[in-house]
Write a protein that binds this ligand. Structure first.
Ligand code: SAM
Length: 283
């Protein structure tokens, strides 16, 4: 296996992520016809989590849509630490495809009857098809990253969208830097979107860390990237031409479509405004 025994807690964070997504779907925040396959015991999450999850979904899914990548002969998506992210299947069910959609994670593929493109092989926890690949690797090993992308047939010259949602933060800073640098050096035309916690050093940030640690995982990468500026610098130091970082408070107020916002705000009674701003300023 790709993991080490102490990685169990980090892998389990995926279950939590999918549980929250299913809660959003069940409360009408967004649509996903597949995430329920990956949640054993559905549970209601608080309106705070539902609204936060939806904000992330709105800003990650829009650029993730291969149709919004520049018109090019090939459009590619690489998802780091994808867990049981169902975006590929949801987009496919809407008729939206990238030429390559590659998911990388510790996890191995589950034997599910999902609508995989034909001509694929699904064996030993891996799926390799022309369009969609799911490969179990340890992101801390650049050689595994390189081998997986080669096996998946990624074209380093074609436009590539790289997504990392709550993943790099679980890696030691030197490992996350190595991943970021490797991608900058090997992809000729890429955009990378990273979503993770910042500002862990005040009382509220500490509480968020303690909650995570009590579930058996440490946010190792966070020591190196405590501020928005440090996040940006990590990318420019590692070879990316340009980097921009924003808090989710900024994203919610400035980047979400006002019509979507009105719809979201009508779904549940919401009175946790103070906590909302405290959390959103640290993501
Ligand atoms: N991105 C998914 C989402 O948002 O639904 C899952 C996020 S979950 C919080 C973190 C994921 O990162 C887990 O699925 C875990 O297995 C993966 N991960 C963490 N460290 C990793 C590593 N070194 N190599 C591969 N995957 C890793």
């Amino acid at each position: 296996g790709a993991g080490r025994p102490s990685d169990e807690g980090v892998r389990d964070t995926n279950d939590d992520a999918q549980l929250s997504k299913l809660s959003c779907v069940r409360h009408g925040y967004f649509q996903d016809s597949f995430v329920h396959h990956f949640v054993r015991r559905p549970a209601r999450r608080s309106p705070l989590i539902n609204r936060g999850g939806t904000t992330v979904w709105c800003c990650l899914q829009c650029p993730a849509q291969p149709s919004s990548l520049p018109l090019a002969p090939k459009r590619q998506v690489v998802v780091l630490g994808a867990g049981y992210d169902t975006t590929y299947f949801q987009l496919a069910s809407e008729g939206i495809y990238a030429d390559k959609y590659i998911e990388l994670d510790f996890r191995q593929a589950r034997p599910l009857r999902l609508p995989l493109p034909s001509c694929g092989i699904a064996q030993a926890g891996r799926v390799v098809t022309d369009r969609y690949c799911l490969l179990p690797i340890d992101l801390r090993e650049p050689s595994q990253l390189e081998a997986a992308l080669e096996e998946a047939g990624l074209d380093p010259a074609a436009p590539t969208y790289v997504l990392s949602e709550c993943v790099l933060v679980y890696l030691q800073p030197q490992h996350s830097r190595e991943v970021v640098r490797w991608l900058a050096e090997h992809l000729e035309c890429a955009a990378m979107v990273v979503y993770e916690q910042i500002q862990p050093h005040d009382a509220f940030g500490q509480q968020m860390l303690i909650n995570l640690e009590s579930r058996g995982c440490a946010l190792l990468g966070i020591e190196a990237t405590p501020t928005l500026e440090a996040h940006q610098q990590r990318f420019t130091d590692c070879g990316w031409h340009r980097a921009e970082a924003h808090t989710m408070d900024h994203v919610y107020s400035r980047c979400i479509d006002p019509q979507d916002k009105r719809r979201i705000e009508r779904l549940e009674i919401f009175d946790e405004f103070e906590e909302w701003h405290l959390i959103q300023a640290r993501l």
